[in-house]
Design a protein around this ligand. Structure first.
Ligand code: UD1
Length: 421
């Protein structure tokens, strides 16, 4: 097992290239199940989650390989298997994205029910509700979700839940509806840029989708879809994480390829903290040289502040000049980083879904444990600025979602190494 060792205190300066979006690549890869012919995807990041989905897709008869330029080629070779097993789904929750495509194309899907995870219980009732409304029969057997439908029929589907819209439920229903008979209208659809990207890809392949990127998506079913070439959008969460890395080290960093239009809420919060964020020709320039102001922030579905950057923002606010408040409205239990940051000298107090952050003058290096992907990123950020040495154990969490993070950070001046336990 690997860990990261970081010696804090270096100012980051230079350019960090932003990779393709994990959360866009995963559902688009799953959509290859729907296609006749070959799908070619550019800008798919080389991440543990992507490799994990490749393994699942290969079991489902989808052959995948990278060419010399790094493009991912996917082609369905065998449609017999429709079972996404526990062993794979339990490792990566996004595996659930194969459910809609399997049902639509192969008329059956058997997907192990994902359990809870480090960020709380994560139900899939909205996925099932959407697919049942399209005409699927649903049954739960031995911990597997079984869905069957001779035919899917377009209809109106409301996909709002207790915590708002669901990204992967929207993806699943959207993908299934592309091959349904007639018109489907999804209400309270997720508006995340990754859903827009999925819709764009599906339309290239022959789907008839409008309204993707808004809360109401309309899908007119088609007979068949043909695999096409597509460039995955840049990863706004990776970009946001490195924006905070620049800010917390009083650095001056350009995030090449990042899209500021996908990061409005993040830019707004960072500017209020006192960070300088500008769009430039290559992406986004971030610098900081002044004291950090305390702020309030609430995570919400897009276009609100993303839950996937909550932990990282918290690390930054640890060093603000006063008390900040963060409220988590998407995953109210997503606070495993709080205890670890406190071990580094932070003063954080959790009150239900809210954390009160008393700004401190400095963080202090320590041994800390990564618990989930974004919490791990928050600990690395703390390590970049913490006095002395920080060791972030369980590096595999980071590898699920950040491509070569230690190389990218070292290239702009961070003192970070990956070591064996
Ligand atoms: C996706 C992202 C993840 C991000 C999350 C929220 C991918 C692969 N992952 O996860 O990085 O943190 O969006 O932006 O894109 N919910 C239900 N019932 C359901 C589904 C969800 O109640 O059937 C709830 C969840 O518990 C949560 C909220 O809805 O409180 C939003 O979750 P959702 O958007 O579904 O997250 P994911 O799609 O799993």
């Amino acid at each position: 097992m690997h860990f990261f060792e970081i010696v804090g205190g270096n100012r980051l300066k230079g350019a960090i290239p932003i990779s393709g979006a994990k959360n866009s690549a995963l559902p688009i890869m799953a959509a290859s199940i729907l296609m006749d012919g070959e799908t070619i995807l550019h800008n798919v990041p080389d991440l543990a989650d992507v490799r994990q989905l490749q393994i699942l897709l290969s079991r489902l008869g989808v052959k995948a390989h990278r060419d010399e330029e790094g493009a991912l080629h996917l082609r369905v070779e065998d449609e017999m298997n429709v079972h996404a097993e526990y062993e794979l789904v339990s490792k990566m929750r996004a595996s659930v994205c194969v459910m809609g495509p399997l049902l639509a194309k192969r008329k059956r899907a058997q997907v192990s029910m994902p359990g809870g995870c480090a960020i709380g219980s994560r139900p899939i009732d909205l996925h099932i509700h959407g697919l049942e409304t399209l005409g699927a029969d649903f049954e739960l057997a031995n911990g597997d979700v079984l869905l069957r439908a001779k035919k899917l029929t377009g209809t109106d589907i409301f996909l709002g839940g207790a915590f708002g819209s669901s990204v992967t439920a929207t993806a699943n229903v959207l993908m299934a509806a592309t091959l349904a008979t007639g018109r489907t209208v999804i209400g309270s659809a997720a508006c995340e840029p990754e859903i827009t990207d999925l819709g764009e890809f599906l339309n290239k392949c022959g789907a008839r989708i409008t309204g993707h990127g808004t809360p109401q998506i309309t899908i007119d079913g088609v007979e068949r879809l043909e695999g096409k070439e597509h460039h995955v959008i840049p990863d706004r969460i990776e970009a946001g994480t490195h924006m905070i890395a620049a800010a917390i080290t009083n650095g001056d960093v350009e995030l090449t390829g990042a899209r500021i239009d996908h990061l409005q809420a993040v830019v707004d919060r960072l500017r209020r903290v006192g960070v300088i964020v500008e769009r430039d020709e290559k992406g986004i320039a971030v610098s900081s040289s002044r004291r950090l102001e305390p702020i309030e922030a609430t995570t919400q579905p897009y276009p609100g502040f993303p839950t996937d950057l909550q932990a990282q923002l918290m690390t930054l606010l640890c060093l603000a000049d006063g008390n900040s408040v963060i409220t988590e409205k998407v995953f109210p239990d997503r606070f495993l980083h709080v205890g670890e940051l406190n071990r580094m000298g932070a003063r954080l107090r959790k009150e239900g879904p809210t954390v009160i952050i008393e700004g401190v003058k400095r963080l202090i290096g320590a041994q800390v444990m990564a618990s989930d992907l974004r919490a791990s990123a928050a600990l690395i950020l703390a390590g970049l600025v913490g006095k002395g040495t920080t060791r972030v154990h369980r590096a595999y969490h980071i590898d699920r979602g950040y491509e070569r993070i230690e190389e990218k950070l070292s290239a702009v001046g961070a003192n970070i190494r990956r070591l064996d336990e």
